[in-house]
Design a protein around this ligand. Structure first.
Ligand code: ADP
Length: 676
């Protein structure tokens, strides 16, 4: 609809106590005229009217039109949330933190006051927060303590098209909550605490959301999209990272100004390409524009994320290497060229045996919908170019969209969360049915862990496990540590393992300093106690040395200081929760290792394996055969191992491995064998 230009409403004061600007990490100045210039502003009066009228609204708008940053503010300014908090969910942590920072800047308030965020292990909001960006997983957790989410006046599910597992759980739960909160209580002619729900999607196939909510109103917001010329390679490329590198330098050395966005599947490819581009950029002849290369992926620290939004210095070119996070979650200004490798990482759970599944994170071809979104990123501010490093026929044979996560992910944690809400996954009204085998496998795991009894009812232990925001297997490990007198150590191990993939810098295969560092902290029992040694050493340094000295100590030991400080925060929060659920966090087993390993086996009994005559390991409770990951400190053959996870790359690897005795496995096994 073409609508008259807007008159801006006066901004509400909210809970701001200070007019100080937040430590902005965003590039734009947050002038109100900037807000008025966003495509969504054109439709503001109509959008507000619809939101006022409907309890559920589906809003479809092109990426960058202003949905995530503006809709919560429109709702607040128009009083639609009735003074209550507005939750806006994000599938990724980085989306939640960067949008919260942006909206705080636009409103001229410090982050954490009227605008805040909540992500796992990091919260920044206050009781009077009115706009809260929250990961979908954290909102599911809030459901456990407030089943009707009565604290919120409006809940916005953003990026709904991504259909993450927790988004699907929320959609199903919201349907139920709407009935409860919007029904008329006896003797009232108005609901006492009505809820409004807004579902936002960047792709056009939103009719299903509308149908799911009984024919909810659909609003389309036009974006600002310029023409994008798309090029394909004539043939498939054996090495897509190398192809992206070549394409980048072709653009860089022969085309006019404009920033470049390269889509890659994951962090590893991003780090590799980043160092190659920097390497070759240094060899370019004088006179060629300097390049500033920035990574962008989910687990990146907020201070690094913010760099991509900074304006490109005059006379240089910015090149951003991103995962599919930059497809719809994050809009980076200034992009004229997109290079699309056509690949993404897909999480998939293979529940082939009832008692053990394998979580895989494999690189696969993207969907056609993703390819179109990626190309669209080049045409936000003017005509753009998209270079696909795959041929046209590869595009034609892509699947239209990826399967929702509920059909392909491990459901154990979600089943436990639903149990805490008194719900069964089978009886819940999801948009798509969960994978049956994954449900079965999840229930078996919960039964083995003692989280549910033989009637599939939640146990006390299960309720405690659900409080701990870690995988149920590790939650069980922590619970066991309270009983076996080693909670101090086990909480440290679990905290450090939450960041383990980034803890040690360098890879032992090509970096001798990295080998030395691992050797220094190496514990003969394996990776768990090795990481514990490194984490303990860090804790000692932090408590006694200056921050400068800590930094150099980390560098000297090839340890990632940022990952370690995150682990410290995780540790702090886990200890707090443990205190709440009655686990004494200060019982230590001293120099004994046995209790720690016993706790690991109790939580990870499905992840135990015995060596076979051919040197490979075979699961005790399943049939997967694996090797120990080359990054592990355990390299020799041992009769039995326990591992954190199986990763399937070219072959099956066990990662996060410790050596255990067969007797240990048998004794745990005899306790639980009646359960499956
Ligand atoms: P949508 O949700 O429709 O994709 P957004 O509301 O996320 O759109 O973005 C609107 C505009 O705000 C975009 O031009 C984007 O570049 C800008 N923006 C969003 N987040 C940030 C941020 N953290 N820093 C700077 N600009 C941002």
């Amino acid at each position: 609809a073409s609508l008259p230009p807007l008159k801006r409403k006066k901004q509400e004061a909210g809970c701001e106590t200070s007019k100080k600007r937040p430590p902005s990490h965003v590039g734009h100045t947050a002038r109100s005229s900037y807000r008025d210039e966003l495509p969504i502003a054109q439709g503001k009066p109509e959008i507000i009217r619809e939101l006022q009228r409907n309890s559920v609204t589906i809003l479809v708008g092109e990426t960058g039109s202003g949905k995530s940053t503006q809709i919560p503010q429109y709702i607040l300014e128009a009083g639609i949330s009735r003074g209550k908090c507005i939750a806006i969910t994000q599938p990724r942590r980085v989306g939640a933190t960067s949008l919260a920072a942006r909206v705080a800047t636009e409103r001229g308030v410090p982050l954490g006051t009227s605008v805040g965020y909540s992500i796992r292990f990091d919260e920044n909001y206050c009781p009077s927060t009115k706009i809260k960006f929250i990961t979908d997983g954290m909102l599911v957790r809030e459901l456990i303590s407030d089943a009707l989410l009565s604290h919120y006046g409006v809940i916005i599910i953003d990026e709904a098209h991504e259909r993450t597992l927790r988004t699907d759980v929320l959609l199903a739960s919201l349907k139920r909550i709407l009935q409860r909160r919007n029904g008329l209580p006896l003797g009232h002619d108005q609901p006492t605490n009505p809820l409004k729900v807004v579902i936002m999607s960047a792709t056009l196939d939103a009719r299903r959301f509308s149908d799911f909510f009984g024919g909810a109103e659909l609003i389309y917001v036009k974006g600002r999209q310029y023409a994008v010329r798309i090029f394909h390679t004539p043939a498939g490329q054996p090495d897509f990272v190398e192809a992206a590198l070549r394409t980048f330098f072709q653009i860089h050395t022969s085309n006019s100004a404009g920033d470049v966005l390269i889509f890659l599947p994951g962090q590893e490819e991003i780090e590799n390409l980043l160092s190659s581009i920097n390497f070759y950029a240094r060899q370019l002849p004088q006179g060629v524009m300097p390049v500033l290369v920035y990574p962008m992926y989910s687990s990146l620290h907020p201070s690094q994320q913010s760099k991509v939004f900074e304006p490109t210095p005059y006379g240089s070119r910015k090149c951003i290497l991103a995962t599919n996070i930059a497809e719809t979650s994050i809009t980076i200004p200034g992009i004229k060229y997109v290079i699309d490798t056509g690949k993404c990482k897909e999480k998939r759970y293979v529940a082939k045996e009832a008692s053990s599944g394998v979580d895989t994170l494999l690189t696969r071809d993207i969907s056609r919908s993703s390819a179109m979104q990626r190309a669209g990123r080049a045409g936000r501010e003017g005509e753009g170019f998209c270079f696909r490093v795959y041929p046209m026929h590869a595009f034609d044979s892509m699947v239209p969209a990826l399967e929702p996560e509920i059909c392909r992910c491990d459901l154990t944690a979600v089943i436990l969360e639903l149990k805490c809400l008194g719900l069964d996954v089978e009886g819940h009204d999801f948009m798509d049915d969960p994978d049956e085998e994954a449900v079965h496998s999840g229930l078996t795991t919960l039964s083995i862990l003692g989280a549910i009894d033989k009637h599939q009812n939640l146990t006390d232990a299960g309720r405690k496990m659900a409080e701990l925001p870690v995988d149920p297997k590790f939650a069980r490990t922590i619970l066991a540590s309270g009983e076996l007198g080693c909670s101090k150590e086990v909480i440290d191990v679990v905290s450090a393992f939450s960041v383990s993939s980034r803890l040690f810098l360098g890879t032992p295969s090509n970096d001798s300093a990295a080998v030395d560092a691992r050797e220094k902290f190496k514990h003969p029992s394996g990776d768990h106690c090795t990481i514990l040694n490194a984490f303990r050493a860090y804790q000692e340094v932090v408590s006694s040395a200056s921050s400068g000295a800590t930094k150099s100590w980390c560098a000297a030991n090839s340890l990632n200081e940022r990952a370690l400080s995150e682990a410290m925060e995780i540790r702090r929060q886990l200890r707090k929760i443990c205190g709440r659920i009655g686990i004494n966090t200060d019982i230590s087993c001293g120099s004994q290792v046995q209790p720690i390993l016993r706790c690991l086996v109790l939580g990870l009994v499905q992840n135990t394996a015995f060596v076979q005559p051919n040197g490979l390991y075979k699961q005790v409770m399943g049939s997967s055969v694996m090797k120990i990951h080359p990054g592990s400190v355990v390299q020799m053959s041992h009769p039995a191992i326990v591992y954190n996870e199986l990763v399937l790359t070219t072959q099956m690897y066990a990662r996060g491995v410790s050596v255990i005795s067969k007797a240990e496995v048998s004794s745990v096994f005899s306790h639980i064998s009646h359960k499956f």
